[in-house]
Design a protein around this ligand. Structure first.
Ligand code: TXA
Ligand code: MG
Length: 359
């Protein structure tokens, strides 16, 4: 289905032109797809209440129907349009963290099509913080179902250019609002079990959630399995928790330890691979630059190690820049797990398929 002309329409990320938003909303109401920026990553949107429209998301992404979608709303009270039996804690969290990068898993409401929830009894819902996303949801007059706007299993897009390189010819319209400011996807918090549990760490930190919900359980750490494949049965039990899910198209490795250890082992690995004629890309911190400047590796710096917001914002762009540069391998340094660091580590583990140095 690469037969469609994809239009990229620039839109002011802070004061979006109402005429542009109206045009995009009209497409959504007529069961078409629209890609739009959120504060986390770009989303591939369809009217969440029209099953035929939502179907097109799965076709455009090449995503299996067993993987459910997030319903995006523009007003706290629209929670009732998508969920039912909403617990008090959900209202409290919505009040504190919305609009923002927090997705709540709640009992699904009666009007939400099965294609959105993958037939589960629960629904994922969030209110994004991006003015374009909010304006678009309001103008559409309906919740918007949207996964990240990448091809299935690829790195999430944080610019319209990333979207275009994955979905050109597969969607009619991309609203280009520039780079996403958070840069990693929302935190997914399951409020349907006995203990509130983070299913995916993301743009809302564990520490911030704990201030409102002290019992919140951190995401479970899964043992890395190198050859893990997508399996529909497994996806149904644990949606979104496949390890290889955000992978660049070239092999990647994660380097752990103190900064000194990381620099030493990574530099040795760069030299070993270059001696075999490989082109090597590295994803490092500003502080590592002096070590690698003369190494011959292709360098992408993410920011200072103590600024996880900046690292998160540049992470997916870094993976894409390196994979497109023609390197044969990407070596990534690891970061502290504090704040957004937990999400950064999760995405690096996924991008590297759990291939860690030292093993
Ligand atoms: O920041 C974000 O969350 C972005 C922007 C566009 O909002 N969206 C996003 O969507 O990352 P997606 O589809 O790429 O990831 C959503 C994850 C999926 O892994 C899905 O399995 C999980 O949420 N999910 C959706 N509904 C669920 C449910 N009812 N129970 C458990 N997990 C669910
Ligand atoms: Mg995704």
């Amino acid at each position: 289905m690469n037969d469609m002309q994809t239009e990229v329409l620039p839109v002011d990320p802070i004061h979006p032109d109402p005429a542009i938003i109206a045009r995009a909303a009209e497409l959504l109401r007529s069961e078409q797809l629209v890609v739009f920026p959120t504060e986390t990553v770009y989303g591939l949107g369809a009217d969440a209440l029209q099953a035929h429209a939502v179907e097109k998301i799965f076709a455009a992404k090449g995503r299996p129907h067993s993987d459910p979608l997030i319903a995006h709303i523009a007003d706290e009270h629209d929670l009732e349009k998508v969920a039912s039996n909403i617990p008090t804690i959900a209202w409290k969290l919505a009040h504190t963290f919305w609009p923002g990068p927090l997705t709540l898993i709640l009992p699904a409401g009666p009007h939400i099509p099965h294609v959105v929830t993958a037939g589960l009894a629960t629904v994922a819902v969030r209110m994004p913080r991006h003015p374009v996303a909010l304006a678009l949801i309001r103008a559409t007059g309906s919740p918007i179902a949207a996964p990240s706007a990448n091809r299935f299993m690829h790195v999430s897009p944080t610019t319209a250019q990333h979207v275009l390189s994955d979905l050109s010819g597969r969607v009619p319209l991309i609203l280009d609002g520039g780079s996403c400011t958070v840069g990693v996807e929302s935190t997914i918090l399951d409020l349907c079990g006995d203990i509130p549990t983070i299913l995916r760490p993301g743009g809302t930190s564990l520490e911030a959630l704990r201030t409102q919900l002290p019992t919140v359980q951190a995401p479970t750490r899964r043992a890395p399995q190198h050859k893990e494949r997508h399996d529909e049965q497994q996806a149904l039990k644990a949606p979104g928790q496949m390890l290889i899910h955000y992978s660049p198209s070239v092999p990647a490795f994660l380097f752990e330890g103190t900064s000194e250890m990381i620099r030493a082992t990574m530099l040795a690995e760069v030299q070993r691979r270059q001696a075999q004629g490989e082109r090597v890309g590295i994803l490092i911190a500003d502080e590592d630059l002096a070590t690698f400047q003369e190494s011959g590796a292709l360098i992408y710096t993410l920011g200072r190690t103590n600024e996880p917001e900046q690292i998160a914002a540049r992470l997916f762009a870094g993976l894409r820049v390196l994979e497109e540069s023609g390197v044969q391998v990407i070596l990534c340094r690891s970061f502290s797990e504090q704040g957004l660091g937990l999400a950064i580590r999760d995405r690096l583990l996924k991008a590297t398929g759990g291939k860690v140095f030292p093993a």
